[in-house]
Design a protein around this ligand. Structure first.
Ligand SMILES: NC(=O)c1ccc[n+]([C@@H]2O[C@H](COP(=O)([O-])OP(=O)(O)OC[C@H]3O[C@@H](n4cnc5c(N)ncnc54)[C@H](OP(=O)(O)O)[C@@H]3O)[C@@H](O)[C@H]2O)c1
Length: 253
């Protein structure tokens, strides 16, 4: 496999499961040293061991992105272990399914504080560091196809992700001249442990049957675009909101 990220340091939030763990493995396999963050430390330790056994380099830090004061020290620890961060995969995210009229303040805060506020301050911390050392950087905000369509029970999540798209454009506007490319990758439905059981239920099967093409993706379906946005071939891509969703956002059949 081509090592197009050799010499780079990447930082992946929400790397203890699902897409974040997958992205960390991918970036490491392409030569980047990878800092991985989340709340579940045991899972991160296992992932460090797995990446190391495969010949890569990884360092785990504990981080709850809703604890804004903890963000800088976590990235400091990654930089001390691996060197300055060049690439951020801003991936931590949660859904708290509920009907709009039942959403509580704490559910609202959990989704917005994780998916938007936490993501903002992680990106700001990485961007400030890049600006200080005049480094060229990449920020990939992991948004969602649900930024572009609303579906019942997930409305607060949808709101957080469309805000993340606008945040991406604002960051691109202000930070491009500092040598940083910021883009949003909007996955469609990808099977991870968060949703794997759902696709086996009657409701899951009925939902799937309405997709333009009734299938769920696998994490590797995102690899091509992730590597474009994080790697050298994305040099001229900035402020883009890129869907990789098998046409889900286009509409239901
Ligand atoms: N899977 C899909 O179909 C899909 C589609 C579109 C977009 N996405 C987006 O892709 C990203 C990853 O989702 P996933 O499917 O891989 O789900 P997942 O397996 O549940 O992973 C979510 C990750 O976010 C971390 N996280 C949650 N709250 C956090 C917090 N407060 N601080 C730090 N980390 C936190 C979790 O780690 P800890 O619990 O250990 O902290 C976990 O590693 C999310 O942003 C999601 O919105 C997923």
């Amino acid at each position: 496999m081509e090592q197009e990220l050799a010499g780079k340091v990447a930082f992946v939030t929400g790397a203890s499961s699902g897409l974040g763990a997958h992205f960390a493995r991918l970036l490491a396999s392409r030569g980047a040293k990878v800092g991985i963050a989340a709340r579940r430390q045991e899972r991160l330790s296992d992932l460090v061991a797995e990446i190391t056994a495969a010949g890569g380099t990884a360092h785990a830090v504990s981080l709850d992105v809703t604890d804004i004061a903890a963000i800088d020290p976590a990235i400091d620890a990654v930089e001390q272990a691996l060197g300055p961060v060049d690439i951020l995969i801003n991936n931590s995210g949660v859904t708290v399914p509920n009907a709009l009229h039942r959403i509580t303040e704490s559910e609202y805060d959990q989704v917005l504080d994780t998916n938007l506020k936490g993501a903002f301050f992680v990106a700001q911390s990485v961007a400030k560091r890049l600006m200080a050392r005049k480094g060229e950087g990449r920020i990939v905000n992991i948004s969602s196809t649900l930024a572009h369509r609303v579906i019942g029970q997930l409305s607060i999540y949808c709101m957080s992700k469309i805000a993340m798209d606008q945040m991406t454009k604002a960051m691109a506007l202000e930070w491009a001249r500092h040598g940083i490319n910021i883009n949003a990758l909007c996955p469609g439905y990808i099977e991870t442990e968060m949703n794997a059981d759902y696709w086996q239920t009657d409701a899951g099967k009925a939902f799937l049957s309405r997709f333009p093409r009734p299938r769920v993706g696998v994490p590797a379906d995102l690899d091509g675009m992730l590597m474009v946005l994080a790697g050298p071939s994305g040099r001229f891509i900035n402020g883009s909101i890129v869907s990789v969703d098998d046409g889900f956002a286009v509409g239901f059949k």
